[in-house]
Structure formats: structure tokens, C-alpha cells
Design a binder for this molecule. Structure first.
Ligand code: FAD
Length: 373
């Protein structure tokens, strides 16, 4: 069977990799959107402390975090050693011991069916500072040993490389769907046409325009995220844990000594990929209130990406209602690094006609479309 995957962010790259691994013929098409969410993202894999109550979302996040160990092994077997993933643990910090009690309780409860979260320990402010020296003096923490950091750019590249090694053909350019009487049969990239048994649309925040010619209004919205990379000299940061502060930001160290701080969550900004005064102000202000010793760091770059959200902040996956030959997955929102590799695996299974491990009715694509008149 032949498959076309449109969109090589983390979701499409994972899907193409898993399809190619089965020996299927795969075309992976991407037009290198500069605002690709995956490329801008560097983040945390630690879904277990969340206070979000949506079980359908949590299932994906939990399975996603768990799947990483298998994925990294598969990538290493294909010679991809720089996946940007490392289980460095996370410390969720607070000045309020009661809040930390609650967090610890939540972690133990979640551990019952997620042993992969590892060891849970309560640490003093001085231990927290030993683990992450730029931290302010007054934060104690809950330490979660199974949490990880991941660099979206590196992981995506590893997945694409491994897909190629398994026979996938990587095509750069803008794809348009080729369809005929309710059936999607391929994709056109500039003047070249490609045909497949199934076309998989993983086009993130840009999926709407791809599906519009089918008479479908796909309800995906984009949320801008600005994120800043700093350089902290004179420290070996390679094993520093991810910092989860009481505000909605995070701080993490990458392999190369960069410190990543962010991010903004800006709705209704369209696809304007600019770095703003307000965005940087928020990021610096919040980061310095947590880790004042970052003050003298060099600012290396700011990345901007667009997170794709579908209705209810819940991902969708499955066939496009009313059409044959096309599968969609989207809506990874703010947790796509966590969910993406796993959902890409499930998407590959779905395309191959294999049974999947998730209840598809919870993530129905029909909930994210309107028919255009
Ligand atoms: P994208 O990565 O946006 O990929 C979509 C791709 O489709 C693009 O490459 C584009 O070129 C391609 N495309 C679109 N239309 C076409 C077309 N017509 N033809 C060809 N190609 C097309 N998640 C976490 O779990 N933890 C985090 O800490 C975290 N931090 C984040 C920080 C920032 C700043 C941002 C922006 C996101 C963060 N996320 C995080 C969320 C995560 O990055 C996203 O949910 C995820 O990357 C979305 O992946 P995707 O593959 O669906 O979309």
C-alpha cells in the first residue's frame, strides 16, 4: 500500500516513520512553514502533575509520555542518536508547602497507573538549587524522576531521517489534495502529482486551507508561542531537571548548554510570526522571578511557533467524514511534543487498517468540521 503524509511536524513525522517501518511506501510532504510548532518547541514531557480533568486528553498525554522510551529505542536502532530527548527529571517548585503537599498527593495517585513517572520525592529549597543553580532561594519542590525534556527540532529531524532510512520519500513543497467524487486519491506538489491508497493530513494550524477545496471548514485555530533560548556559560547543564514553576512558564536546559525559557500563549494573532515587546517582557519577567541568576545570560534567539487547537482543546484523529481515502489528526495544542509521537503511531495503525489502542469516538474528526455551503 502507498501512503501520503502531508505535514512533517512531530505528528506527521511520527506517522511517516511508523508507516515506513512496516515496509509501506510513504511520501512525506512538507512546505517548511517557518512557524511550524514542532520546530519552535522545546519542552517538557511530564503530564502527570496536570490539574486538567479531561480524561480523553489525559489518556493521550499519559500514553504519549510512556511511549517515548520505545520510540527512542526504535530511533537508536535506526542510528538516530540525537533525538533531543533526555529523561532528566522535573522539579515542580513552589513557596507554599500546602500546594506542594497537594501536588505530591496527585503524583502518587497518578503513579498507580503510570509507574513510568518514576520516583516522587520532596526536596528542600537548597536541594532544588543544587539541581538547578540559577533558581531563587525560596523554592522547595516535588521531584519527578521520570519526567523528560525534549527538543522538538531535533526529535522531528530524527523521525524524518529514520523514516527516510526505512524507505520514505521526503518531498519539499506545498501540497494540494487531489480528489474525485468524494474520494481523496493523492496530492499535488507544484506540477507533480502523487497517488496513494490513503492520504494523511497532519498539517497542524494550516490544515484548514488544505481541506477547504473539499468544501470542508476545518475548525483549527492557531495559538502563537514565543520562546527564548539563552546561553549560560561556565556550567554543565546537561543533566539539569526541567523547572515547572507555579506560573504557566517553564525553564529547561538543552544538551548544548542553552537554557530555554517561555512561553507565551497568544490567541487570535493569526500567523504573524513576530517577536514582540510584550511577549519578551512576560517571558523574562516570569523567568527572572523564578531564576534570578539567569540575569546575565546571553540572549541567543527567540523562536515563534503556532500551536494547533481543535474544539474543546482536544486532539482529533480519524477519517474525514463524507470522504474516502483521507485521514486527519490535529489539535495537539500545548502538549504536542508529549502526545505527537504516540498519536502518530496510532495514526499509522489506523491507515494500515490495524486496531488502535484508543477509543476513536472520543477524538472524532466530525467534531472539528463544518460543511461549507
Ligand atoms: P506542526 O509542527 O505545526 O507541523 C505542521 C506541518 O505541516 C508544518 O511543518 C507545515 O510546513 C506543514 N504543512 C501545512 N500545510 C501544508 C501543505 N499544504 N503542504 C505541505 N506542508 C504543509 N508540547 C509539549 O508537549 N510540551 C512542551 O513543552 C511544548 N512547548 C511548546 C512551546 C512552543 C513555543 C510551541 C509553539 C509549542 C509547544 N508545544 C509543546 C506544542 C507542540 O509543539 C505542538 O503541539 C506540536 O508541535 C504540533 O505538531 P503538529 O505536527 O501537529 O504541527
Amino acid at each position: 500500500k502507498t501512503f501520503i503524509v502531508i505535514g512533517a511536524g512531530i505528528l506527521g513525522a511520527s506517522s511517516a516513520f511508523h508507516l515506513a517501518k512496516t515496509g509501506a511506501k510513504v511520501y512525506l510532504i512538507d512546505r517548511n512553514e517557518p512557524g511550524q510548532a514542532t520546530d519552535a518547541a522545546a519542552g517538557i514531557i511530564c503530564p502527570w502533575l496536570t490539574q486538567r480533568r479531561n480524561q480523553a486528553w489525559y489518556k493521550l498525554a499519559k500514553e504519549g509520555a510512556k511511549y517515548y522510551s520505545t520510540l527512542i529505542q526504535l530511533l537508536e536502532e535506526d542510528g538516530e542518536m540525537n533525538s533531543g530527548y533526555k529523561k532528566v527529571g522535573a522539579i515542580s517548585i513552589h513557596t507554599d508547602e500546602m500546594k506542594l503537599d497537594k501536588m505530591e498527593e496527585r503524583a502518587y495517585k497518578r503513579k498507580e497507573d503510570a509507574p513510568e513517572l518514576g520516583e516522587i520525592s520532596r526536596i528542600s529549597s537548597s536541594s532544588a538549587k543544587e539541581l538547578f543553580p540559577p533558581l531563587a532561594d525560596n523554592y522547595s519542590a516535588v521531584h519527578i524522576s521520570g519526567a523528560a525534556r525534549v527538543n522538538g527540532r531535533a526529535l522531528r529531524q530524527s523521525l524524518v531521517n529514520a523514516a527516510r532510512k526505512n524507505g520514505a520519500v521526503i518531498i519539499q513543497g506545498n501540497a494540494q489534495l487531489i480528489y474525485n467524487a468524494g474520494k481523496v486519491i493523492g496530492a499535488k506538489v507544484e506540477e507533480e502529482s502523487f497517488f496513494a491508497d490513503q492520504v494523511i493530513v497532519t498539517a497542524g494550524a494550516w490544515a484548514h486551507e488544505l481541506l477547504k477545496p473539499l468544501g470542508v471548514n476545518f475548525l483549527v485555530s492557531s495559538q502563537r508561542g514565543q520562546i527564548v533560548h539563552l546561553r549560560l556559560n561556565d556550567y554543565d547543564t546537561s543533566n539539569w531537571p526541567v523547572i515547572i514553576p507555579p506560573n504557566n512558564q517553564y525553564i529547561l536546559a538543552l544538551e548544548d548548554g542553552s537554557i530555554v525559557i517561555g512561553t507565551t500563549h497568544e490567541d487570535d494573532k493569526g500567523f504573524d510570526r513576530i517577536v514582540t515587546v510584550g511577549g519578551l517582557h512576560e517571558i523574562f519577567d516570569k523567568a527572572l522571578s523564578i531564576a534570578p541568576d539567569l540575569y546575565d545570560c546571553e540572549v541567543v534567539e527567540t523562536r515563534v511557533g503556532f500551536r494547533p487547537f481543535t474544539p474543546g482543546f482536544l486532539p482529533v484523529i480519524g477519517p474525514l467524514p463524507g470522504f474516502e481515502g483521507v485521514l486527519i489528526a490535529n489539535g495537539l495544542g500545548a502538549s504536542g511534543l508529549t502526545i505527537g509521537p504516540y498519536l502518530g503511531l496510532e495514526l499509522a495503525k489506523l491507515a494500515l487498517g490495524k486496531s488502535v489502542d484508543i477509543d476513536l469516538s472520543l477524538y472524532d474528526v466530525g467534531g472539528a468540521i463544518e460543511l461549507l455551503k
